[in-house]
Design a protein around this ligand. Structure first.
Ligand code: ASP
Ligand code: MG
Length: 408
């Protein structure tokens, strides 16, 4: 008998029939004698629908507190429906909203972080043979207000619950049957990975692979929660995300991620003096805009150019901020480009092999793709390129690193 936390995403609970299917799937685990805690997302499309109604009525200045009350409602619907579905087939179940089991978060509405979960109520339910159905994505702050964890955050709810309950495994049940070497919609020969390390998965998730919320992977790595991505709709082992084992045969590159929701901003001709980076990026950070890659050119004539990337949704706001301070920082020009993409290769195998970067750059050169920015870490190399080349780049790289030949 194992204790398993299962999370079902938006498509898995996208309608009453689908929820019925999920109820059957949960029942099959209960019938095998497992204890199951379920975390659900809102029905697919529902959070978008709620967000757009909120924006419609409030414009750019919507209260983050109220947006959280609004968007958290999607998960309330699916917890109760799944619970009803389970009860109707004879499985004891009970729905829980975040404040009912005290999923405590900080105060950052819309991007809250989980701080603590009280597992007593859940344990009591499990001991009575009941399946708790927990609303993902939501939490409660110290004032008792509803918070949300950011889009895709119910993965994090599930992992946090699994960590708090010391569950044997956390299963992310979704519409794909695992983590792929790259997006199979772009590369037909993309392979499902049987396993991948937390580190690699964290990079892939942060770099644009949409299958898992980055924070959920971070959490799982920190608390060593075995995490499995698997299909709700078909049987199969999925992809297991675990710690690196010495005897694991590591491919050079395990996955290729791409992100097209990027934009870059260049601040040209600023004085090449100590403190300039913080003068530029300080106000951007203060506006809660995340800066990703940063590049500062070697100065000439005491001046330098400074380029950084942000999420495309933050592009206008970031430009506005910089135009506002451009006089103070003596910038010659603020320019930008929001038709860029980031393509990244990730693999723990890179750590022990030289030449991976050269192979990547040669590959892009042979496709005539210009690299605008580069950033690297121990296990990843990312490049910024024009958005229109993104599919070409991903295909070429998948081929050059022979990911289609990884063992299944
Ligand atoms: N319903 C939320 C969203 O769409 C959270 C989630 O599905 O993970 O972002
Ligand atoms: Mg999701």
């Amino acid at each position: 008998m194992a204790l398993i936390v299962q999370k079902y995403g938006g498509t898995s609970v996208g309608g009453v029939d689908r929820i019925r299917g999920v109820a059957q799937r949960v029942k099959s685990y209960v019938d095998q004698g497992h204890q199951v805690v379920v975390v659900v997302s809102a029905m697919s499309g529902e959070t978008n629908r709620l967000v757009s109604m909120g924006r419609d009525i409030s414009g750019d200045y919507g209260s983050a507190r109220e947006m959280d009350v609004l968007t958290a409602s999607g998960e309330q619907v699916t917890t109760s429906l799944l619970s009803l579905g389970l009860l109707s087939i004879g499985v004891q179940a009970k729905s829980f909203l975040a404040d009912q089991i005290s999923i405590k978060t900080d105060n950052v509405h819309g991007k809250a972080r989980i701080q603590e979960i009280d597992t007593d109520a859940l344990r009591a339910e499990l001991d009575m043979g009941c399946v708790p159905i927990v609303a993902g994505f939501q939490g409660v702050n110290a004032l008792g207000e509803i918070t949300t964890l950011g889009r895709g955050g119910s993965d994090t709810s599930a992992v946090a619950l699994a960590a708090a309950l010391k569950a044997d495994e956390c299963e992310i049940c979704t519409d794909v049957d695992g983590v792929y070497t790259t997006d199979p919609r772009i590369v037909e020969s993309a392979r499902r990975l049987t396993h991948i390390t937390f580190e690699e998965m964290l990079e892939l998730a942060s770099l644009g692979s949409k299958v898992l919320h980055p924070r959920s992977v971070e959490f799982a790595g920190r608390y060593r929660v075995p995490l499995r991505v698997m299909s709700t709709f078909q049987d199969g082992p999925g992809t297991l995300i675990t710690t690196e084992k010495d005897d694991m045969e590591q491919p050079l590159v395990s996955g290729i991620a791409h992100a097209t929701d990027e934009a870059k901003i260049t601040v040209a001709g600023v004085p090449d003096l100590p403190g300039i980076a913080s003068k530029i990026l300080g106000p951007v950070g203060a506006a809660n805009i995340e800066v990703d890659m940063i590049l500062q050119n070697t100065g000439a004539d005491g001046l330098t150019d400074f380029t950084f990337t942000v999420k495309r949704q933050d592009y206008d706001a970031a430009q506005k901020i910089l135009k506002g301070i451009s006089k103070d920082i003596n910038a010659r020009e603020i320019s930008g480009d929001n038709a860029i993409a980031k393509v990244s290769i990730v693999g723990v195998g890179m750590r022990s092999h030289a030449g991976v970067a050269t192979k990547m750059f040669d590959c892009l050169a042979s496709e005539n793709i210009n690299i605008q920015m580069i950033s690297t870490s121990e296990i990843k190399i990312s490049v910024v390129i024009a958005e229109r080349y993104v599919e070409l780049a991903v295909r070429a790289l998948h081929n050059v690193f022979e990911l289609q030949n990884l063992p299944e």
